[in-house]
Design a protein around this ligand. Sequence first.
Ligand code: ADP
Ligand code: MG
Length: 258
Amino acid sequence: MTDLDGTAERVVTCSEVTRTFSRGGTGGWLSGGDRRAETVTAVADVSLAVSRGEFVGLAGPSGSGKSTLLHLLAGLDVPTSGTVTLAGRDVGSLSPRGRTALRLDHVGVVFQHFHLLSSLSARANVAAPLIELGHSKRQRRERATTLLERVGLGDRIDHKPGELSGGERQRVAVARALSTAPDLVIADEPTGELDTATGARVLDVLADVASDCAVIVASHDHQALDRVERVIRLRDGRREDEGADATRGENETMSGHE
Ligand code: ADP
Ligand code: MG
């Protein structure tokens, strides 16, 4: 989707974002209580921008900071320094409650391990986020049914997760991520548990989702990275693709907007 002037709408940007964690030295029993705190820099000085309609991959080896960066982009976490702007709001300036509300309005999340509720049907899983938004039961059921049809599961509506294959479960999870009509969908290793054929089907669905959202998929799997339109590469928390997109993004902003 584009604005009237033809420029794609920026959904999420981050500017010089760093996230550090302290490990050990907390006095907890796991750390023995006597070790020095060690600072781990999970994400270092990352800038990027993703617009509606984009299907973007986030690549890098295990431990390179992909999940940490996704959590920052989704407003699940706040940066140690730098700025994340999600749907026009500075995430770091919001209270935890404000961030929860922002996420509910703008973000859908898909996890590697599906995170479906096993006692609920596919439809009830997809409808669950809408309870928070105050939709009626009838509205929730209608929307969940439409979304399950969209991901090719119109014939699995009443099945529980235990009665579905891995690929079907992940498509339920994508439908659930879409239930609140998000602007940004993030998926963390969504095909990590799936074989090639079912993984391809999930990627088809995510590519379709990117027709009206911004979609960011973290993966170290070629199948996923071959499918996206562009790839942001991390190594040791830094962008390895030398911030090329960030620069391009700034130029676009300057030339594309008044
Ligand atoms: P990836 O998703 O690419 O595997 P992560 O974002 O999970 O990478 O992790 C990046 C680095 O940050 C790793 O060294 C990891 O151990 C560290 N890290 C991530 N989350 C935490 C945390 N909550 N506390 C301490 N260290 C963390
Ligand atoms: Mg990860």
